[in-house]
Design a binder for this molecule. Structure first.
Ligand code: DCP
Ligand code: CA
Ligand code: CA
Length: 364
């Protein structure tokens, strides 16, 4: 079988880098992107931080107050709320560039994707390395975003390789280099091995990937279960035959607001719903999209969630349709509503590109 060439592409400090691109003044400061909770003040968690903030120990998932402590001496530190719509726009543009440069494109998440380039490159790793560099350049030239790419014969090694030199990395691992590349790495570098498994392995005296290679498949199966055992046995040898599967981003746009007061009154909620429709519609138009599914969601006073959605017969970008259907969903939901509602939101999904009016006029 011909050696495959697979890329794993991962955008560097993604949300924080997007913020730096929008405001280049941020580049010299520690930047923390925060998911503020509803409780106000500093309650909430860090989504991500730029590399300056990371030097002070700020990490994804950490409480915002911890990050503020760590950055106490940096008066210039900046704490921004997440702006998902903007990150999705950035992601879509970068993903398009990636997709256009490969044979099979597999979307993994907003900031990462796999790309199989075997058909256009053959098994030539030198050419693959050039193509990867070209993709990096194109993304940087067009939208200023930096990313890290791993290039190898399979998804597993490429995923490890894209993380190997960050930010702005390009790591090529040819089939001959796979073993040496993996050997000295910490066990946790294998995707899917969590802290719990790692701890258990450490307790068994195993620290590095090369240590794990000493265990035979029977021992691995016995200690970690058959499925995991087999996976680990292959992974430490760099073996992975999972194909890159064509997969597009299933993006959705949503808008949610905290109401001025908790309520289950149709008049009050309906007015707010109209406002949300307007805001959401702006985003849809700006991105030149049509939607086929509409959903409304409540965060109730006890903070539990509730949602209701409807699939339309045809895709549309029409605001009247958006208003009509979300109003209908609201009415239906309120029939059985006992708790008051604290936050109200709408999302549209099953998106497709709108053939812009301008295309048609250009054509004529
Ligand atoms: N993210 C989040 N909460 C987490 C982890 C991540 O909201 N606990 C978001 C913010 C990140 C994005 O997902 O920008 C991508 O996550 P990555 O793990 O790839 O981390 P980054 O892109 O931020 O950093 P890097 O890839 O440079 O290490
Ligand atoms: Ca990333
Ligand atoms: Ca990632």
């Amino acid at each position: 079988m011909e050696t495959r060439i697979v890329f794993h592409i991962d955008f560097d400090y993604f949300y924080a880098q997007c913020e730096e691109i929008r405001d280049s003044g941020l580049k010299s400061k520690p930047v923390c992107v925060c998911v503020f909770s509803d409780r106000g003040g500093d309650s909430g968690a860090i989504a991500t931080a730029n590399y300056i903030a990371r030097e002070f120990g700020v990490k994804s998932g950490m409480p915002i107050s911890f990050a503020k402590n760590k950055l106490a001496n940096r008066k210039d530190a900046v704490y921004l709320g997440v702006d998902f719509d903007y990150y999705i726009q950035m992601s879509e543009q970068a993903m398009k560039i990636i997709k256009d440069n490969g044979d099979i494109f597999e979307y993994v998440g907003k900031d990462e994707a796999y790309l199989d380039v075997t058909d256009r490159i053959g098994s030539n790793f030198k050419n693959a390395s050039h193509l990867a560099q070209q993709i990096k350049n194109e993304i940087r030239d067009k939208i200023k975003l930096s990313c890290s790419i791993g290039v190898s014969p399979n998804k597993l090694i490429s995923k490890i390789a894209s993380d190997y030199r960050k930010p702005d990395g390009l790591t090529v691992v040819t089939p001959d280099e796979v073993e040496d590349f993996l050997k000295p790495m910490k066990i946790r570098k294998i995707p899917g091995i969590g802290t719990k498994t790692e701890r258990k392995m450490n307790d068994m005296g195993l620290e590095k990937i090369q240590d794990l290679k000493k265990l035979d498949i029977f021992t691995l199966n016995k200690e970690f279960g058959r499925k995991n055992g087999t996976y680990i046995h292959n992974a430490v040898r760099g073996i992975d035959s999972t194909p890159v599967k064509e997969r597009e981003a299933s993006v959705q746009y949503s808008k949610i607001i905290t109401l001025k007061k908790d309520s289950k009154d149709y008049e009050f909620l309906g007015e707010n719903l109209k406002e949300i429709c307007k805001e959401l519609h702006k985003i849809i138009i700006k991105n030149n999209k049509m939607f086929k599914s509409i959903g409304i969601s409540f965060v109730q006073s006890d903070l539990s969630n509730k949602s209701k959605s409807k699939m339309l017969r045809n895709s549309t970008s029409n605001i009247d349709e958006l208003e009509k259907v979300s109003d209908q969903l609201l009415k239906e939901a309120l029939i059985t509503q006992t708790t008051t509602i604290r936050r109200l939101g709408i999302r549209v999904s099953d998106l497709s590109d709108k053939q812009g009016q301008s295309d048609i006029t250009n054509f004529f």
